[in-house]
Design a protein around this ligand. Structure first.
Ligand code: HEC
Length: 155
């Protein structure tokens, strides 16, 4: 009888020891200072989606026709002749300039010349924009020029 009792006590002691060891092990895993809960909360309330704004397109990436470039930028001076700009429609004002060659005019439009600001004041314009706008202005003036890009024109 007493052997059974001793066995039962030993078994009980063993079980208690194991439970204690288990609790010790659990406590050792990671003391929670509240950060675990905080992370869980932050995770739960995080936005469902994020809106990211597209990077601004590189200069000139927006394709505009010569007319659009003219309306947006060049017309400010070239429609009225403001600051002494050669006026669209005034053939006599453009002809001596065209005589310099289209490439020279594009260069001047790019770098600016006297009261003409570089690129008409819009640095986002490409050389192609300037050329298209110039060809458009000359066309409106009644001066026909070879509209093909210089690189493609037969020499
Ligand atoms: C702020 C006013 C202004 C704007 C905007 C402007 N221009 Fe001009 N532009 C001028 C003036 C002034 C001249 C005359 C400069 C001179 O010869 O003294 C001129 C001259 C020119 C010439 C002749 C250059 C030469 O060598 O004779 C070209 C080509 C030209 N502009 C193209 C453009 C184009 C293309 C745009 C639009 C992208 C533009 N301009 C926008 C004022 C302007």
């Amino acid at each position: 009888m007493s052997v059974t009792l001793v066995s039962a006590l030993v078994l009980l002691a063993t079980v208690l020891f194991m439970v204690a060891a288990l609790i010790g092990a659990i406590n050792k895993i990671a003391p929670d200072d509240g950060s675990r809960k905080e992370v869980a909360v932050l995770d739960r309330i995080k936005p469902v989606a994020r809106v990211s704004f597209a990077q601004p397109k590189p200069a000139g990436a927006v394709k505009m026709t010569g007319q659009e470039v003219y309306n947006k930028v060049c017309s400010a001076c070239h429609a009225t002749g403001a600051l002494g700009a050669p006026k669209v429609g005034a053939k006599d004002q453009w002809e001596p300039r065209v005589a310099q060659g289209l490439d020279t005019l594009i260069t001047h439009a790019t770098t600016g010349i006297r009261a003409m600001p570089p690129k008409g004041g819009d640095p986002s314009l490409t050389e192609a924009n300037l050329k298209d706008a110039l060809v458009y202005m000359l066309g409106e003036t009644g001066i026909k020029v070879d509209a093909a890009p210089a690189a493609e024109a037969p020499k």
